[in-house]
Write a protein that binds this ligand. Structure first.
Ligand code: AMP
Ligand code: ZN
Length: 473
């Protein structure tokens, strides 16, 4: 079955045709490890995972590379603001290297909890400095760079189609002076740093020898260097959040195509919309709307509930975060896990009047519909609706449903195969009942104490309209 994907490069849905029949080559921008990933970042990685699982479901082999940014990223994507890693180190009184290790571990835990398939290669920018230097040397040789104020810059004006991903209108910008550049060393507003030597951050601990002096790479060069190292000079798909379109991905394309002379560097560009909070505000690492996976877990929402929530909104639509929405996802997820346990228990394969032939025909129909919806630019809200319709279909046997549900879950990634009956110990139930009573009596202090006690024993208690729910941490 064909797969159709919305390509940011053309702003159109296109039929997916891989460059190489043997394997799809996929690169996704990973975390900057100066803090925990927030739920918005995790939406981006869940989207990458959904795309990858959809390709696998369609029997493609996938080579997936994800980077870890542990150097060079300033708080503004356009070489302004503080150095993110240094910011993390100051905040925590650690070295930048310790900060990176700590948050890489945390990131790996989040991937595991969310059932995100591990990338084939997860690579750190600081492990690939030589490759970045080599790429800058190549650009220098071809006349795409200049040195100013001690830094090496990419000269964006050397490319006639700079900004085509973002559909930047450079002429209009020139006439209106739309973009005000704060870095006086830049010859053109869209130029960007490839290598810093004169760091404005004197405390910078991460430094390497280079032909331009001791220093460190700018942010964008790592993704070009590492993706081409592992996936070749041209590859199939590149992903990231929509915030990467105007600067980071635009600059990645510029430097990669300038270096190799091959176009297009990447055939399909896919971008996920934001997770937003309150008044349509993007969730950010620096903002006070920063929510982590661990935080919602302690509030009684298992990690996979967040995965379910994300599946309910198409990746190209903003997802409004609220605890009410999370409650809804938790209820649906619980219904789903109850259903799989119930189906598993049904010993008899086919209920009396359903013949094997009828069952097969219906199973095939549901599988075709589900696959078509996913292959239609990853339409998960519709695919979820098909899943529920299938589960409620009285004409389909329990065995058929069980088999199909597990098949669907290869893409949904909700861990349904591993679902086990929650055997909550009696002592925990007792504590939860006690807490419920305290809440009824408006004894908030006692209720909070009991929640903490339950947590110490490895369980979380959350509240729904129907009463409390307890789950294992
Ligand atoms: P960062 O760690 O800041 O480099 O971001 C990692 C990924 O998360 C990138 O692909 C971003 O585009 C994406 N991202 C950042 N904020 C959000 C958000 N609020 N919603 C969805 N994706 C986001
Ligand atoms: Zn990147």
């Amino acid at each position: 079955m064909t797969i159709t994907l919305f390509n940011t490069l053309t702003r159109k849905r296109e039929i997916f045709v891989p460059l190489d029949k043997k394997e799809v080559r996929l690169y996704t921008c990973g975390p900057t490890v100066y803090n925990y990933a927030h739920l918005g970042n995790l939406r981006a990685y869940l989207f990458d995972d959904l795309l990858k699982r959809t390709l696998l479901f369609n029997k493609y082999n996938v080579k997936h590379v994800m980077n870890i940014t542990d150097v060079g990223h300033l708080t503004s994507d356009a070489d302004e603001g503080e150095d993110k890693m240094l910011k993390g180190a100051k905040r925590e009184g650690k070295t930048v290297w310790e900060v990176a290790e700590f948050y890489i571990d945390a990131f790996n835990r989040d991937l595991f909890k969310l059932n995100i398939l591990r990338p084939t290669i997860l690579c750190r920018a600081t492990d690939n400095i030589t490759e970045q230097i080599e790429l800058i040397k190549k650009l220098e040789k071809k006349g795409f760079t200049y040195v100013a104020g001690g830094n090496v810059y990419f000269n964006a004006s050397k490319l006639s189609d700079y900004g085509r991903l973002a559909q930047l209108n450079l002429k209009a910008e020139k006439s209106t002076k739309a973009r005000v550049e704060k870095d006086a060393n830049k010859r053109n507003p869209h130029d960007f740093v490839l290598w810093f030597t004169k760091s404005k951050f004197q405390e910078q601990e991460m430094k390497w020898t280079s032909p331009w002096g001791e220093g460190y790479p700018g942010w964008h060069i790592e993704c070009s260097a590492m993706s081409m190292k592992y996936l070749g000079e041209q590859f199939d798909i590149h992903c990231g959040g929509i915030d990467h379109i105007p600067v980071h991905h635009t600059n990645e394309i510029a430097q990669s195509e300038a270096a190799t002379g091959k176009k297009p560097w990447v055939k399909y560009w896919l971008h996920n919309e934001f997770l937003v909070v309150g008044d349509n505000e993007k969730m950010t690492k620096s903002g006070d709307n920063f929510l982590t996976l661990s935080l919602i877990e302690t509030k009684g929402y298992p990690a996979l509930v967040y995965r379910y929530l994300c599946l309910g909104t198409h990746y190209r639509k903003p997802l409004m975060f609220s605890y009410e929405a999370l409650d809804g996802a938790r209820n649906s997820y619980r219904r789903l896990t109850d259903k799989i346990l119930e189906l598993k228990k049904e010993k008899t394969a086919t209920k009396e009047e359903i013949t094997k032939k009828e069952d097969k025909a219906l199973t095939d129909k549901y599988l075709t519909v589900f696959t078509a919806q996913l292959n239609d630019d990853l339409n998960t809200p519709q695919a979820l609706a098909t899943m529920w319709e299938m589960l409620g279909d009285a004409k389909l046997s329990g065995k058929g449903k069980y088999k199909l549900l597990l098949q669907f879950d290869e893409v949904l990634g909700l861990g349904l195969k591993q679902v086990k009956e929650d055997k909550i110990p009696v002592e925990i139930i007792k504590l939860a009942e006690e807490r419920e009573l305290a809440r009824k009596n408006k004894d908030w202090k006692k209720s909070d104490e009991l929640r903490e006690k339950i947590k110490l024993l490895g369980y979380v208690v959350g509240d729904t309209k129907e009463g409390y729910v307890v789950s294992k941490i």
